[in-house]
Design a protein around this ligand. Sequence first.
Ligand code: SF4
Length: 51
Amino acid sequence: MEVCPVNVFELQEIAEHPETLKAVPVRAEDCVLCMECVGKCIEQAIKVEAK
Ligand code: SF4
């Protein structure tokens, strides 16, 4: 996902939807809580919380 400044997401094929790619947060520990991804997601499918 191009909006993430620290490259948290990786596009992966998933079995449930083989026709498309899903942005998977494979490096969630690198997140800097900028919230850019939350604002860009048209499906409002991203939720970011600090641990
Ligand atoms: S909130 Fe985290 S995952 Fe989302 S764009 Fe910013 S750094 Fe990346």
